[in-house]
Design a binder for this molecule. Sequence first.
Ligand code: SIN
Length: 375
Amino acid sequence: MAAALLEQGEDAFRRLFKYYKRRQPPPDLSGIVDFSRAQQYCKVLIAPLNVTSISDQDACKAGLQPVCKWKAYSLDGYPGFMFILDPFLPGWQCYWAKQCLKIYPRKPNVCNLDLHMSPEETKDLWEQSREQLRLKTPGKREAKSLLEKLRWVTLGYHYNWETKKYSPDHYTAFPMDLAYLSEQVAAACGFQQFKAEAGILNYYRFDSSLGIHVDESEMDYSKPLLSFSFGQSAVFLLGGLKRQDPPLPMFIHSGDIIIMSGKSRLFYHAVPRIVPNLEGRAIPSCLEHTTTRYNCSADTSYRQRDEGDWEICAKYLQSSRVNMTVRQVVGVGQSFPVTSDTEMITDSQPYSYHQDPKEENEHKRQKLEAAAKSP
Ligand code: SIN
C-alpha cells in the first residue's frame, strides 16, 4: 500500500523516466519530439547560428560541415537550449566514435573500471577487447569484453562522482582534437571564448539509462555544456530548474549535438532509454565508413588497420550509444575554492546516475548492506 502511494506521489519527471525505461510493455515512442522532423512541432524554432564565427576550413578540420549548412533548433520555453542536427562531414562520426572507444579510455584518463581494477588491468581496453569483440556472435550470450563493461570515462579535470566536484589536483591534458571540435561548435553557437576543460563520456548499451540529474559542478554557468552523440539513438528527457518539472521527451540520433546554456544550463535531464536507430539498420547510415583524411592514407598497412578497427567499432555500436559531454569548469578570473579532504563526500550513493541493471542491483546491494550494518 505504502509503495502504491509512493508511486502515485511520484513527480512527473520520475514517472515519465520510468515509463520510457520500462521493458514490458514497451513505451509508446510516437509522441517524442524528433528534430529531424522539426517542422511538425510548434515548440521547435529555428535557432540562429554565428555563421561567420568559424571559417569553413576550421569547421572542416574538426570534421564539421560549413556552419551555414547546419540545421539548428531551439525550443520555446527552454531558453539557451539548442539542438544541432548531425553537422558532421561524411566519415567523421566514425572518427569521433573510434576516439571514444580506442583512444580516450586510455590512461591517464579515468574510467569506471578503474574503481575495481588495477591500472595495469585497464591499460588498453581497446587492445584487451578487440579480439573478443571481433569474434562475438550477435544475440548469443557470451562473456562481456572490457569495452562492453565500460560505462564512463572522464577527461581533463576528472569529475569525482563521490564528491561531485572537480579538483585542480586531478587534471590531465584534455584531448586536443576534442577541445578543437568543442571550441568550434561553441563559437558557432555564440560562445567564442569557450575552453574545453572537462569531459564525461558515457557508454550506453541497449539496457542502460542515465538517471535524472543536473550538471552543476562547473563553476561558471555562463559557459555552455556541449553534448555529442554517436551510435544508436536515445530518448532524452529535458525538464526544468526544479526536479519535479515535467520533462519534454526528444530523440537524439547519431551525430546530433545538444547545447545547454543560459537558463537551460541548469535544467534537469535524463536518458531513460536507448533505442535502435530509426532507419532500422545495424548502425545508422551516417556512420558508414567513408573516406576521411584518416583512411585515405597511401600506407596500405595503416589503411588495413584502420578498417579493422572500424569493423570492431561498428560491431560495438550495433548495440551501443556513446555520448561525450564537454564543459568549461573555471570561468575567467575564477579559481578553485580551497577545500579540505574531509569536507568532500556529499552523496551516500555515488555514481547513482549511471543506471544499468547490474549497477542498479549493485547499488541496491550496497544500500542493503549499509542498512543491515546500521543499528
Ligand atoms: C549527460 O546528461 O551527461 C549525457 C546525456 C546523453 O547521454 O545524451
